[in-house]
Design a protein around this ligand. Sequence first.
Ligand code: GDP
Ligand code: MG
Length: 200
Amino acid sequence: MSNLFNHCEFLVSAYKTSQLPPDEGMEIAFAGRSNSGKSTTINALTNHKGLAKVSKTPGRTQLFNCFEFKPNMRLVDLPGYGYAKVPVKMKKHWDTEIDSYLMNRESLIGVVIIMDIRHPMKVFDEQMLNWAHQSGLHAHVLLNKADKLNNNETKKTLMKVTREIAKISDTATCQVFSALRKTGTAELSAVITPWFKQAQ
Ligand SMILES: Nc1nc2c(ncn2[C@@H]2O[C@H](COP(=O)(O)OP(=O)(O)O)[C@@H](O)[C@H]2O)c(=O)[nH]1
Ligand SMILES: [Mg+2]
């Protein structure tokens, strides 16, 4: 299946926001807890296995990874939040850098928030939704790893999370996803493609 994101290339990995590409054009960020499947999702969306590194050891690949699919249009794989086993000092560094990115990045137009469908709407996920709403940014939630639940459980979770999201934002959207099986990539692409078109 072809979409806007099919010709995506790796741009840069940044340890600090100052190492990010120039703050021009448009970008969307993929946010979520460590191990929720951010990198696998970028690979599924771009149909490019191995583009974003999928971590075997959760919490290790803590960088802003930037990919470009059109001149000055980017996908940004954010460092994962909430991984308990990283040292406090490293956590502080990332809290500061992610905050600074979210607060200051002019080219950021929206966030895709990736949750493990078995553990949705953790504190930081809610904070991210609240923040996106207050900042007037697009937000779309992926309930990832849906291959781990049966249809009934999946539907129930989708309904529950959709209700919870509606309490926070009247524009944020939510869908079921499996980055592993690539189910839901067409829907994801259909939601985020207009974000880039509207912002132009
Ligand atoms: N079963 C299942 N596993 C997944 C899915 N998406 C990602 N994973 C696995 O979850 C782990 C973390 O994925 P990764 O993309 O590195 O997560 P990140 O830390 O959020 O970037 C890897 O072992 C992936 O293979 C999915 O849809 N289903
Ligand atoms: Mg990752």
